[in-house]
Design a protein around this ligand. Structure first.
Ligand code: BMX
Ligand code: ZN
Length: 301
């Protein structure tokens, strides 16, 4: 006979709100079923996001008892504040937990997407690792940090927003308002923008990356600059937190050849900055799995 909590968490519904896509699924015994995905609407007003959430939540709600959300942005007491509103179609404040629980009728908990993915990656590791970070290079650059086996969300939900640490004080202005953030140089959005001067106004991060893979020298230089900035970010995390390992994910982080470039740039720094870097293992379900497991832990404790 399963105990009450086991029964409840067979019925956990998880939602991942990213800069590019919204995904939803039931999470049962650490496995994702009934996954559904739609593009993230681009609007400064909340109505489109509310409608998109309703589209995803409504079909699966009858099978769920709890809702766990991983979302881009700073999640503080259930409210989403975009550090870089451009990553969320210009929307910069959203009553995420209130809206999602109103639509679903389910008790709801939310954390940042990279924090959630970090938790999933940590749980997927075997061996004695207690201190690690997940770094995603995608629409933005996000990170989640696990110290002494505990996910760091911070008192205001900000912990891990390492994509907004300084990479180059003379670099481009970041959507967060600061100049020269890692995200403004290394993200998929940033490399796409850098490529627009060469390949025209429609150049996206994906297009630029394809040009680099085809051997275009300027495109390679843009990708390599991104990888160097990420290597330095990893070095900063290592030297400030003494981490055992970094899991690198996101559409750029997992793209062909990117991890090797990051490893190469890290290897040019003094040995104290070196740390193991692996490809993120949970793939596109990392946010869903991590938010579900983290929510389960919050309810149990
Ligand atoms: C941005 C920030 C982070 C997020 C990261 C990766 C916003 C809206 N988002 O730095 O909270 O974790 O992007 O987000 O300010 P993704 O959408 O690229 O996964
Ligand atoms: Zn920034």
């Amino acid at each position: 006979m399963p105990n009450r909590l086991t029964r409840i968490y067979h019925d956990l519904f998880s939602l991942d709100i990213g800069g590019t896509k919204l995904a939803a699924a039931l999470v049962r015994d650490g496995k994702v079923t009934g996954r559904n995905q739609i593009p993230t609407p681009g609007s400064q007003k909340p109505d489109q996001l509310i409608a998109a959430l309703a589209t995803l939540l409504t079909p699966l709600v009858p099978q769920a008892k709890y809702l766990a959300i991983a979302s881009t942005g700073i999640i503080d007491n259930g409210v989403l504040t975009a550090l870089n509103p451009a990553n969320l179609g210009g929307l910069n404040r959203f009553e995420l937990v209130d809206e999602a629980s109103r639509i679903s009728g389910l008790p709801t908990l939310a954390i940042n997407d990279a924090q959630a993915a970090a938790w999933a990656e940590y749980k997927a590791l075997s061996g004695p690792v207690q201190n690690m970070a997940f770094v995603t290079v995608s629409t933005g650059v996000g990170a989640g940090i696990v110290l002494n086996g505990e996910l760091q969300t911070g008192p205001r939900g900000i912990a891990g927003h390492a994509g907004h640490m300084l990479a180059d004080p003379t670099g481009p202005r970041c959507g967060c308002g600061r100049t020269g953030c890692v995200e403004a140089i290394a993200s998929g959005t940033a490399i796409g923008k850098a490529g627009q001067a060469i390949f025209g106004p429609d150049c996206s991060g994906q297009t630029l990356y394809q040009h680099a893979l085809s051997g275009h020298r300027d495109a390679i230089a843009i990708v390599d600059r991104s990888a160097r900035v990420i290597a330095n970010l990893i070095a900063d995390l290592r030297i400030s937190l003494d981490l055992d390992l970094i899991a690198l994910g996101g559409s750029v982080g997992l793209a062909e050849g990117y991890l090797d470039r990051v490893k190469h740039h890290l290897s040019t720094l003094p040995a104290t900055y070196h740390t193991d870097i692996i490809s993120a293992q949970c793939g596109p379900d990392a946010g869903l799995l991590g938010a579900a497991d983290w929510a389960k832990q919050q309810h149990v404790s």
